[in-house]
Design a protein around this ligand. Structure first.
Ligand SMILES: Nc1ncnc2c1ncn2[C@@H]1O[C@H](COP(=O)(O)OP(=O)(O)OP(=O)(O)O)[C@@H](O)[C@H]1O
Length: 327
């Protein structure tokens, strides 16, 4: 296999251009473009119904798009879905497992889909057994007798045992306890360090912040922004401002090099979440008339997420062009 077929063009594990998907007239994904660089832990964030699962299903060739193009590991999932699914490990929100099999049997069964030249199915089975042991799963218990969290661990073990170049995880940790969730997410960083790619849809924003190299925010099927987490955090600031008078502007004046994402105003006070080139640019609001004091803070990813989602958002520069996704 050549590097080009492994990674797609220019080091992208996934490249989506102008994807649209409708369900009986309802637009679930609306002109979404996204570039997931190889080796990224890419967090896909968005409220319920934003279109994350729909996008993931198109990526895996499980759902046909109505428009746009998608390339996954250099393959078109609409035409070569089986190959895409063989190469990409997928952990769905609600894993469908044969519940009459035991934990060990389902590993043996799945191994048949992942033979390799050197060990046949032995390599997969050995890795699966190791993961099962690491997760503390009872190998002889039937799937139907497992708890929700245990089923999630089986599903993860099945995906990880294949050592896929791309892992697609849709809310993978929702049934896991806090300790396992953290361990699991941190293991995603090791996977990325090996040059493999992880696409992770999650509502656990604090946890995404700990492990993601890149994030995308999706709102009502549209991309709001997608960029390296480091860039997002270096360019987003929380300004806590006090004004001399009761009334004050509701937004920075047009001439200043800051862009308002979200605002909470009170008499004499304002909290603005802004995007700016750097801290010095954010501090330019000091020059506004009537400013008494200003504190510049670095917001958490959750603050940034909520700010963007609250809806008072002008066109962010990163949203204007999908090319703004920086590897
Ligand atoms: N099979 C379907 N038939 C009709 N509408 C659907 C179907 N699947 C999803 N939708 C709609 O498409 C939109 C996007 O749903 P999707 O499941 O992709 O969102 P999501 O971001 O994954 O949400 P969540 O975080 O709640 O899992 C929603 O409005 C949903 O109601």
């Amino acid at each position: 296999m050549t590097a080009t077929t492994m990674t797609g063009d220019a080091g992208s594990a996934i490249r989506i251009e102008n994807l649209t998907k409708r369900y009986r007239g309802h637009v679930a994904v609306d002109g979404l473009s996204l570039d997931v660089p190889q080796g990224a832990v890419f967090g896909l964030l968005g409220e319920n119904g934003a279109g994350k699962t729909t996008t993931i299903q198109v990526i895996l060739g499980l759902l046909a798009a109505d428009g746009g193009s998608v390339s996954v590991l250099g393959l078109d999932p609409a035409r070569r879905g089986i190959e895409v699914r063989r190469k990409a490990g997928y952990v769905p929100e609600q894993p469908a497992l044969y519940d009459w099999m035991t934990v060990a049997e389902i590993g043996w069964f799945a191994a048949g889909f992942h033979p390799d030249a050197a060990t046949g199915t032995g390599g997969y089975q050995a890795r699966y057994a190791q993961l099962v042991e690491g997760f503390g799963l009872p190998p002889r218990r039937k799937i139907r007798a497992l708890s929700k969290g245990m089923k999630a661990k089986v599903s993860l073990s099945l995906a990880l045992a294949a050592e896929p170049p791309l892992l697609v995880l849709d809310e993978p940790t929702s049934g896991l306890d806090a300790m396992v969730r953290r361990e699991f997410l941190e293991s995603m960083v090791d996977i990325a360090a090996e040059g493999r790619t992880v696409l992770l849809s999650s509502h656990q924003i604090g946890e995404v912040e700990r492990v993601a190299s890149h994030v995308a925010l999706v709102h009502k099927g549209k991309l709001i922004l997608a960029e390296p987490l480091e860039t997002l955090k270096a360019r987003t600031f929380l300004l806590a401002m006090t004004f001399a008078g009761r009334d004050h502007p509701e937004r920075p004046p047009a001439g200043l090099p800051v862009e308002l994402i979200d605002a909470a105003d009170a008499p004499r006070q304002a909290h603005w979440l802004v995007r700016a080139r750097d801290r010095a640019a954010a501090e330019a609001v000091r020059s506004m008339p009537g400013v008494e004091s200003i504190q510049v803070e670095t917001p958490s990813l959750e603050d940034i997420y909520i700010g963007y989602m609250r809806g008072r958002r002008p066109q962010a520069p990163a949203a204007a062009s999908p090319a703004a996704v920086v590897a």
